[in-house]
Design a binder for this molecule. Structure first.
Ligand code: SF4
Length: 330
């Protein structure tokens, strides 16, 4: 059975920080926190919908620092959601939430554990203390490590989120962050290239000319490397790039935002594979599963053009279940 998330955004509620990149209201596309009644309505409405589609869902509290919001409000939301999980286990497969690394302790984990939470995602953003400080995160890499270990000890699924291209960031720091995530044994990862939003500290630094995010090509190449790193150790990258949103598009002043960013990064991985398998100029047949074709060819046939520049031409043939297989014919 397929699984999805019913996402409930809790914008900026309870957060005392102002991270350099954050305009939480724009990112979540939502201005006011959800009420318990609204949550109840949403989960009731989704019941029939999910059943008809034969999809199970986790109820996901995203968008802010869930464990730092008013404790009474947090437990009311959890009690409501947990009620649905317990009453309709065929539809609702637990709860997940995202929070800051310095908003986790044993007490809050006990509360989450007793209220159907299965997975906790930490907005780590970077494992480089210089980058964290420059972006006013208010926590250190050590906080991420301590919270991650505690989350795992309590038996939750651990998700870690990272950003690329923050102020004072480098591609190597991002690679190092991914290595630390892997060492921490995270179960899932989200990767968010920095989008510079109006009214944020990054926007101010950008407009003064003292900061720019990584350019588009560097970001796609870096995302491809990160996908490969996590792929090698079977850690799913469950999100790459912000969700498509008019709010983000309208208030973006720089950085990298592309609705098909992951597909571009995957195409970059295919290009590398093609270049290593078709190492000499010539004619080839390339076999691959139907689902890989668009990624293998790249956006607007970019990968084919790259090979052509090196004197390599190829015909494509579908082969069920094949990742990529190459035969030289001339
Ligand atoms: S902790 Fe999260 S919600 Fe708070 S300012 Fe930073 S990114 Fe925004």
């Amino acid at each position: 059975m397929k699984q999805t998330n019913i996402s409930v955004f809790i914008p900026h509620t309870g957060c005392k920080n102002l991270c350099s990149f954050c305009n939480q209201r724009t990112i979540s596309g939502c201005q006011t926190p959800v009420t318990v009644n609204e949550l109840h309505k949403t989960l009731s409405f989704q019941l029939d919908n999910l059943r008809a589609k034969q999809i199970k869902a986790q109820i996901a509290f995203f968008g802010g620092s869930f464990t730092a919001i008013d404790r009474g409000y947090m437990t009311e939301l959890l009690d409501c959601a947990c009620g649905f999980v317990k009453t309709y286990p065929d539809v609702y497969a637990g709860i997940r939430c995202s929070t800051r690394p310095d908003c986790i302790d044993a007490e809050v984990l006990e509360i989450l554990k007793s209220r159907c939470v299965m997975a906790i995602e930490l907005g780590a953003q970077s494992m480089n203390d210089e980058v964290l400080a420059a972006n006013q995160r208010g926590h250190t890499a050590k906080d991420v490590e301590v919270s991650s270990r505690l989350i795992k000890q309590y038996g939750f699924e651990l998700g870690l989120q990272m950003m690329t291209g923050l102020y004072r960031d480098t591609p190597q720091y991002c690679i190092d962050t991914a290595k630390r995530f892997i060492e921490l044994g995270c179960d899932t990862v989200r990767i968010y290239p920095t989008v510079i939003l109006k009214g944020t500290e990054l926007d101010r630094l950008h407009s003064m000319g003292v900061y720019d995010s990584f350019d588009f090509d560097t970001t796609v190449e870096l995302c491809a490397q990160l996908l490969e790193m996590f792929g090698r150790v079977d850690i799913p990258v469950i999100r790459m790039g912000l969700h498509a949103s008019k709010d983000v598009e309208n208030s973006m002043t720089g950085g990298v935002y592309h609705p098909a960013l992951r597909e571009l990064a995957e195409s970059r991985i295919y290009l590398k594979k093609l270049l290593s398998l078709c190492s000499e100029a010539g004619k080839y047949i390339i076999y691959t599963d139907k689902r890989n074709i668009s990624k293998l060819l790249g956006q607007s046939g970019k990968n084919r053009s790259e090979l052509l520049k090196r004197g390599i031409t190829f015909k494509l043939k579908e082969e069920n279940g094949t990742e990529i297989r190459v035969e030289r014919i001339g």
